[in-house]
Design a protein around this ligand. Sequence first.
Ligand code: ADP
Ligand code: MG
Length: 231
Amino acid sequence: MEKVSEILTAVRREKRKHLLEPEAKTICQEYDIRVTRFRVAKTLEEAVKFSGEVGYPVVLKIVSPDIIHKSDIGGVMLNLETSLDVETAYRTILTNVKNHKPNAEVFGVLVQEMAPPSTEVIIGAIKDDQFGPSVMFGLGGIFVEVLKDVVFRIAPVARQEAEAMITEIKGYPVLNGYRNQPPLDTDAIADMIVNTSNLVTAHREIKELDLNPVMVYEKGAIAVDARVILE
Ligand code: ADP
Ligand code: MG
């Protein structure tokens, strides 16, 4: 798709490998991967104005090519409910960046809708020298980091394969409803896996992609963070 190629070309021209979250999310949108509504603010005034447009509660995040793991340095502020919250969070984020990464180049502060907290899953893709792009799925948090409860498929991933990926993880009961929990929207997850597969299949210059996390609900799913690394 043209908009995707444009972004990837621009990133290359700037000699960057990592896309900024807004760039990664724009690419996702082109492939019908639902992401949190966002705008990039360059000033405190813009951050407040955009928060009103995006709709409270909002999340603020640092946008910097030098900061990959944003929350590690205090670059993510969640659940901001008023313009006063936004002003405080904006200043706090910039102070945190100054303290932890004084030389980081700051492009702005990302204002985005706060997705209601829910079960988190991860959809990813990595390119293997031999097999080309493959797509990964797993439950978020300790399920991925500690239990390594993830599945892979070589792309392109067909719809039925995506459905099989979801049921294959050990943590599947977490998605399928347990105790009094209602089942979550695994159709929406399967769609997102297929769309991610389509994206990395069409754009071979993508080396890694991470939707981490994706919030899953009884109805729908939404990526709240997106990372893309180029070859
Ligand atoms: P990092 O670069 O550290 O991975 P994230 O953007 O993933 O930063 O934010 C850290 C955590 O904050 C996420 O794992 C998620 O739990 C939460 N979070 C981030 N953005 C949102 C959002 N828009 N709505 C709700 N929760 C969010
Ligand atoms: Mg993340």
